[in-house]
Design a protein around this ligand. Structure first.
Ligand code: IMP
Length: 553
């Protein structure tokens, strides 16, 4: 067809196809009748290791589908064990630079789960489990408490260190000891002699509330009292917890919080090893209220772990046990038969891990996740894709390949809720320590400023050596490194970002829940594409002189 333009030159219409051009109204009909296979490849073809090798997350992409719903309508409910379902698929690793009680509490509040590490004494770990179980939104369960002999100068230094004032003073200087007063920022400001004990400056006209009070009742008392803090005491006037006026405004609800049905308490999960001593440790954790135990081993298919699974199931029928780590069907089958309620998948994919390099053993993570989780699904056993997650895309890929949840170490180690203090790196950036549990530092339990081990009993357990079977060895063979990660702010912002990211991704794929995603992959409805090295380069920022990678606002 020829068209004349303004100066009467003839323009040829573009020839798109040698055949007859079809009516646009028939596009969907033609697609249906003449293209029986959807575009892209199905998961089996993708993970065909004979042709494609062992793939990992960066080696493929998920193809987009049809968006017919808002991202906020995407449901992320997912099982973590046979019996327990979470509202978001995020877990934090049992590592001493990642998960202690503070991380566990916040992960659970945000709908995920933090698995408390075991590189500390059993008592210290049990105390952390107790803190998770006792947590009530708004009540500070481990306030900074000082003793009557603390000086005004020391209290001022504490105020500087913590960034807040208002410390309860108790007879022993600890929680659960008799409350004698509160030293407020104003008391500190106007007291002349800094060498005086705080008892000379503190306020003693206290308004307190009895333990058992609800948050809204306590908030009402705090508002009326015009005080900065409301100490919660037991019948003997021992300090149990504290409510702070500055938190009053922040007492948001956490509608996704991980709780068991009919329970107001957060779900607590912790890791243990498989040595005989770990049975005693487990008894303490169960007494503290543990709901899920993770048997922490880099190679879970061992006589020790199989024995431990049977022991746990026989001794604590109410406790869910997650076995691992595994990367093959054969490893998984042994643990499933022994009775695990969940599996943890990954060997050598962790960001601080050198297992594959040193031991020549392991498997690329995408291949592991697909192989194990498709097998485990036949027995109703949910799987955790553990390690190697660097971004939201990796999370979605792990879930698309069959995992029910993902576990992250390095990605969460730089948050406010992880153990340890921030420090400034040589390059001038704010960082936190992060180390593999099989690093020499962790195996020797060197503290590296991570604030992990029980200060009273730092050598009570070396989870590192337990996890990597090196106990009794003269020479420790490292399977991990020790380093640092960049500051990521608080998980209260970061986890919602991950959640929104996953929801948007599922919206792009065209599935409205994780269940639909899994089913879509099995049915061949959700399609994939392999990614060459140049496709990977194309999919990342390229060609810019400089850029700032800000992930959320
Ligand atoms: P990341 O999220 O990639 O940093 O990986 C975290 C995971 O790495 C953990 O959940 C463990 O499974 C694994 N891991 C922790 N420490 C070590 C180690 O020292 N060597 C190998 N793997 C480790």
């Amino acid at each position: 067809m020829a068209i004349m333009n303004g100066d009467s030159t003839e323009i040829q219409a573009p020839v798109l196809h040698k055949e007859k051009v079809l009516d646009h109204k028939n596009a969907l009909e033609v697609l249906k009748n003449e293209y029986p296979d959807r575009d892209g490849i199905d998961v089996k073809t993708l993970l065909d290791s004979k042709n494609n090798g062992g793939l990992t997350y960066n080696d493929f992409l998920v193809l987009p589908g049809y968006i017919g719903f808002p991202a906020s309508a995407v449901n992320l409910d997912t099982p973590v064990t046979k019996r327990i379902t979470l509202k978001t698929p995020f877990l934090s690793s049992p590592m001493d630079t990642v998960t202690e009680h503070n991380m566990a509490i916040h992960m659970a509040l945000l709908g995920g789960l933090g698995v408390i590490h075991h590189n500390c004494s059993a008592d210290y770990q049990a105390e952390m489990v107790r803190k998770v179980k006792r947590y009530e939104n708004g009540f500070i369960l481990d306030p900074v408490v000082i003793s009557p002999t603390t000086t005004v100068a020391e209290a001022r230094a504490l105020k500087e260190k913590w960034g807040f004032g208002g410390f309860p003073v108790t007879e022993n200087g600890t929680l659960r000891s008799k409350l004698v007063g509160i030293i407020t920022p104003r008391d500190l400001q106007f007291h002349d002699d800094a060498s005086d004990p705080v008892t000379k400056a503190m306020s003693t006209d206290l308004v307190t509330a009895k333990t058992g009070i609800t948050l809204s009742e306590a908030n009402a008392i705090l508002s009326q009292s015009k005080k900065g803090k409301l100490p919660i005491v037991d019948e003997n006037y021992n300090l149990i917890s504290l409510l702070s006026r500055s938190d009053l405004m922040k007492n948001v609800n956490y509608p996704l919080a991980s709780k068991l049905p009919q329970s107001k308490q957060l779900i607590a999960a912790a890791a243990i090893g498989t040595r005989p001593d770990d049975r005693k440790r487990l008894a303490k954790l169960v007494e503290a209220g543990l709901d899920i135990v993770i048997l922490d081993s880099s190679q879970g298919n061992s006589v020790f772990q199989l024995d431990m699974v049977r022991y746990v199931k026989a001794t604590y029928p109410g406790l869910d046990v997650i076995g691992g780590n595994v990367v093959t069907r054969e490893q998984a089958a042994a643990l499933i038969e022994a009775g695990v309620d969940g599996l943890r998948i990954g060997m050598g994919s962790g960001s601080a891990c050198i297992t594959q390099e040193v031991m020549a053993v392991g498997r690329p993570q995408a291949a592991s996740v697909h192989s194990v989780s498709t097998f485990a699904a036949r027995f109703g056993v949910p799987c955790i894709a553990d390690g190697g997650v660097q971004n939201v895309g990796h999370i979605v890929k792990g879930l698309a390949l069959g995992a029910s949840t993902v576990m992250m170490g390095g990605l969460l180690a730089g948050t406010t809720e992880s153990p340890g203090e921030y420090f400034v790196s040589r390059e001038g950036q704010l960082v936190k320590a992060y180390r593999g549990m099989g690093s020499i530092d962790a195996m020797e339990d060197k503290k590296a400023g991570v604030g992990s081990a029980n200060p009273n009993d730092p050598k009570a357990s070396n989870a590192g050596t337990a996890r990597y079977f090196s106990e009794g060895d003269k020479l420790l063979v490292a399977q991990g490194v020790s380093g640092s990660v960049l500051d990521r702010g608080s998980v209260t912002k970061f986890v919602p970002y991950l959640m929104a990211g996953v929801q948007h991704s599922l919206q792009d794929i065209g599935v409205q829940s994780l269940t639909e995603l899994r089913q879509g992959v099995v049915d061949g409805f959700v399609r994939f594409e392999l990614r060459t090295v140049s496709a990977q380069a194309e999919g990342n920022v390229h060609g810019l002189h400089s850029f700032d990678k800000k992930l959320y606002a």
